[in-house]
Design a protein around this ligand. Structure first.
Ligand code: SF4
Length: 495
């Protein structure tokens, strides 16, 4: 998962990019970078760490110019070393670029570039995209490049590059500083743009626009590119036919609740999911079985509120999250892992002891966190623990930019294999069996998911739900599956 922001027409744009990047720090905490353009000079500064740790005022002062892009990264391909940090730069024709997503034919593109004697300096998947685009733009050597040249190069790039990608970049086009923002034909990852006076902003989430007082103008259409220049109206071009399939997980977990993605408010979506979960719960249980509804902070708060309102049972904060506990490293034993979790999330005795507790969480991916949370909760002696998850079980890996690419580590899949269930999208009685097995494994009284059929009530348009329903919007080859599995397994070895 990653996030980006781009600005054009703002004095010393890097300072504003720095501010906006902090508002999307949740999209990636491993590394961050900012690139700026002034005249014929590009400047880049990037490193490992959080945005506020990396950039000092003097770094931002050096990143001169009224056009700048920035990026926060959480690696889903590549090791996450410093050389994989975005943005990336190509001298010819002079572009800086950053993206959010995952390129699924990374190896194929590398071969394509090798044939042209173009070598890469990282394992980050935006670097080959940048070089493919640059290779098409610079096919003809001339003093400058036009919008038509760039649109043509993007059409060729979209033909070669497969996967999920929302891209922001800056280059000189028609002799003017130009920022471009584009999205793959499925528009899996978000991309929004807005204006303030003569300036333009591009970002992964609308919260960046709020922070900098920009007005939202729209969301990039699937397969579209938009060019922005200071004081001019944007230029729109279609690069590839639309096949919309926005990631539903952005609404469930990743995006900030105060963001709007493709015109849909994330907070409102989580309220709807909470109500849907309550309807599912009432199909199998009575409201009187629980005394209190407790969110696992922070993501599930809106859904827990909506759940409690729907069934008429009070909602309370049952866990306090330590905002300063930092990262928990791989722990050698269960006792150490429990200590780390307690440091992060501590229950409030008065709200849970002697009560029938309904815990609400967004999803179960690997299952480690929910298992440990219920373990901690049991030490406070509740009468019963019910777990409500406002999404279906994750039973498939994601190859489009979310770090859950190993099938073997997904709790939903592990349970299905134990139960010898082989269905692409568990629903109805099969889902009941899975819920019972998970409750048994966690030692809790019940587990309730939202089935995919009900998730579609909340997201009726075309959304990617492949990790729940096995319908991948972009075909995944067996070869790519092997590459990504090796990459992730190798990443785990490096931890
Ligand atoms: S597979 Fe899941 S996480 Fe990945 S893009 Fe689709 S909905 Fe989002």
């Amino acid at each position: 998962m990653c996030g980006f922001v781009g600005l054009i027409g703002v004095e010393q744009a890097s300072h504003e990019v720095f501010t906006a990047l902090q508002s999307i720090q949740h999209r990636g905490q491993d590394s961050a970078g900012i690139a700026s353009k002034k005249g014929n000079h590009f400047r880049i500064s990037k490193d490992l760490g959080l945005v506020h740790q990396i950039f000092k005022k003097e770094d931002l002062d050096r990143l001169e110019g009224s056009a700048a892009i920035g990026h926060v990264r959480y690696p889903t391909i590549g090791s996450g070393n410093r050389e994989d940090t975005q943005p990336f730069y190509s001298r010819r024709p002079g572009i800086v670029m950053a993206h959010n997503g995952n390129i699924i034919n990374f190896e194929e593109i590398k071969d394509f570039l090798l044939e042209k004697s173009i070598y890469l300096s990282s394992h980050c998947d935006v670097e080959p995209v940048l070089h493919v685009m640059a290779s098409y733009i610079t096919k003809e050597t001339k003093p400058g490049y036009s919008l038509e040249d760039v649109i043509h190069s993007l059409k060729e790039t979209f033909r070669i590059v497969k996967g999920a990608f929302s891209i922001v970049g800056i280059m000189n086009i028609d002799g003017k500083d130009t920022m471009f923002l584009t999205r793959d034909p499925n528009a899996i990852r978000p991309a929004v743009y807005g204006r303030k006076g003569t300036a333009w902003i591009a970002a992964s989430e609308s919260v960046c626009l709020d922070i900098l007082d920009f007005e939202i103008c729209g969301h990039v259409k699937p397969g579209e590119v938009i060019f922005f220049r200071e004081g001019e109206e944007p230029v729109f071009a279609d690069i590839a036919p639309e096949k919309p399939s926005h990631c539903v997980f952005e609404y469930i977990y990743f995006a900030r609740p105060d963001s709007h993605l493709d015109g849909k408010c994330v907070y409102q979506s989580r309220l709807e999911l909470g109500r849907e979960l309550a309807r599912q719960w009432l199909l199998k249980h009575k409201a009187s079985e629980i005394d209190v509804v407790i969110p696992i902070p922070d993501t599930s708060r809106p859904s827990a509120i909506a759940f409690s309102e729907y069934i008429g049972v009070p909602h309370r904060e049952g866990f306090i999250k330590n905002r300063y506990s930092g990262r928990t490293f791989i722990m050698p034993d269960q006792a150490a892992r429990m200590k780390a979790l307690k440091l992060k999330l501590n229950p409030i005795d008065t709200e849970v002891t002697g009560k029938n507790v309904m815990l609400i969480d967004d999803s179960i991916v690997r299952g480690n966190t929910i298992a440990r949370i219920t373990e901690v909760l049991k030490t406070r002696k509740p009468l019963s623990i019910h777990v409500g998850i406002y999404s279906p079980p994750v039973v498939n890996p994601c190859f489009y930019g979310i770090d859950m690419s190993l099938k073997s580590e997904l709790m939903g899949r592990v349970v299905m294999e134990r139960l010898k269930i082989d269905e692409p999208c568990p629903d109805g009685e099969t889902l009941d069996i899975i819920e019972k097995k998970m409750a048994e494994m966690m030692g809790v009284d019940s587990v309730t998911f939202i089935p995919v059929s009900a998730l579609r009530n909340v997201f009726p348009k075309k959304f990617c739900m492949a990790c729940f329903d096995s319908n991948y919007p972009v075909e995944i080859t067996q070869e790519y599956l092997k590459v990504i599995e090796n990459d992730r397994l190798c990443g785990q070895c490096n931890i």
